[in-house]
Design a protein around this ligand. Structure first.
Ligand code: SF4
Ligand code: SF4
Ligand code: FES
Length: 358
């Protein structure tokens, strides 16, 4: 059993578990602390300094995402400490000095949301002269899915750490120095020419929308309705949210880390391959190929009878081993069971396979 103890956050007694950070305790207690570089799937980096808090006995403000809770600790967030609030006002203003702003002077909204915008709304921001930092994108990156806008990047390194710690791919890294630091690849090649698996996890973790899905870039989060479903590409059962606008899927996002079996991760198919749903060539009714070589709509009864007749003829002419059955990982376990029953019991062949074995 985990050892528990009590810490104080903004005067409130909070129960902490051994090994937890101050941020984890605060979140469980519903105490909000802004963050940019924190992602519960990743080791804390303490890079963005958004989550600094005052801790009794510590001369400097400390990052709550990395600072371990300890028995009797007395913590003050920006809600209870003027010093922390002042730090946040200055920090968010510095971030905004080289960030794209909208006509209200706030960090622009993006298709992925923008945590910097939400944070700035809670602060008294200062008017600083804009910084002209020469950040570079990757020119000529022809990958079909992922777009990078360096002017929205706050260099929190969530994308690069995700690519390393979760995907173990290391396709992207912080490159350059000083104000020229950016998210690069080896030789600044396009993602298709790197080890990138196009999983899109870097899009998912990016807090500001600097990384975004190309085809969904213009749809804002408040314009979509999210519908939770199970990915039908393989048998793992990853949970995903279809983002629907005007009855069409405009993007797929993963549920929050820690809430479903896939822990906020998706693969290239689950995240990006949803075009088939609305594709004009998608079959939406059973079809039989006629003697004219064309497909013609029919009923399910007729289509199944036609297929059964054809398979029986093959078995009679060439024996049951001439038949092979390939089932699908899109089917349920029960449907796959029935498929092998048809192969083994009805057609007397062991030639049965299921695609998720590949
Ligand atoms: S898509 Fe996945 S593999 Fe490619 S850079 Fe992003 S996190 Fe890394
Ligand atoms: S692209 Fe996004 S996740 Fe990556 S460092 Fe920039 S802001 Fe952070
Ligand atoms: S969230 Fe703690 S330093 Fe970034």
């Amino acid at each position: 059993m985990s050892e528990t103890f009590t810490i104080k956050i903004d005067g409130k007694d909070c129960t902490a578990l051994q090994g937890e950070t101050v941020l984890q305790v605060a979140r469980r207690e519903g105490i909000e602390i802004p963050t940019l570089c924190d992602d519960k799937r990743l080791d804390p980096a303490g890079a963005c300094r958004a989550c600094l808090v005052e801790i009794d006995g510590q001369r400097r403000l400390q990052p709550s995402c990395a600072w371990k809770a300890a028995d009797g600790q007395d913590v003050k967030t920006h809600k209870a400490s003027e010093r922390v609030q002042r730090h946040q006002d200055v920090l968010v203003s510095l971030y905004m000095a080289d960030h794209k702003l909208d006509c209200e002077g706030l960090p622009i909204e993006t298709g992925n949301g923008n945590d910097l915008r939400a944070w700035a709304k809670d602060c008294s921001t200062l008017k600083l002269d804009p910084v002209n930092a020469p950040r570079v994108a990757r020119p000529g990156d022809k990958n079909p899915y992922i777009e990078f806008d360096p002017e929205l990047c706050v260099l929190c390194a969530r994308c690069t750490r995700y690519c390393d710690e979760v995907e173990a791919v290391n396709a992207i890294a912080l490159t350059g120095r000083g104000s020229e630091t950016t998210i690069g690849t080896a030789g600044m090649r396009g993602l298709l020419d790197t080890s990138c698996e196009l999983c899109g996890g870097c899009i998912d973790t990016c807090p500001t929308g600097a990384l975004i899905e190309k085809k969904a870039a213009k749809t804002l989060p408040e314009e979509v309705e999210k519908v939770r479903t199970t990915c039908n590409y393989c048998g793992v059962g990853c949970q995903m949210d279809l983002n629907i606008k005007d009855d069409e899927i405009v993007r797929v996002t993963s549920p929050d880390p820690g809430t479903t079996v896939n822990d906020g991760n998706l693969c290239i198919k689950g995240r990006f391959a949803y075009d088939f749903v609305h594709h004009k060539d998608r079959f939406t009714e059973p079809m039989i190929r006629g003697e004219d070589g064309q497909l013609h709509p029919t009923t399910w009864e007729k289509a199944i009878a036609f297929a059964a007749e054809g398979m029986k003829k093959v078995a009679q002419r060439h024996g049951p081993e001439a038949l092979g059955f390939v089932s699908s990982s899109r089917c349920t376990g029960e449907e796959n069971y029935l498929m092998q029953k048809v192969a083994r019991a009805a057609f007397k062949t062991g030639n049965i396979h299921q695609c998720s074995a590949t």
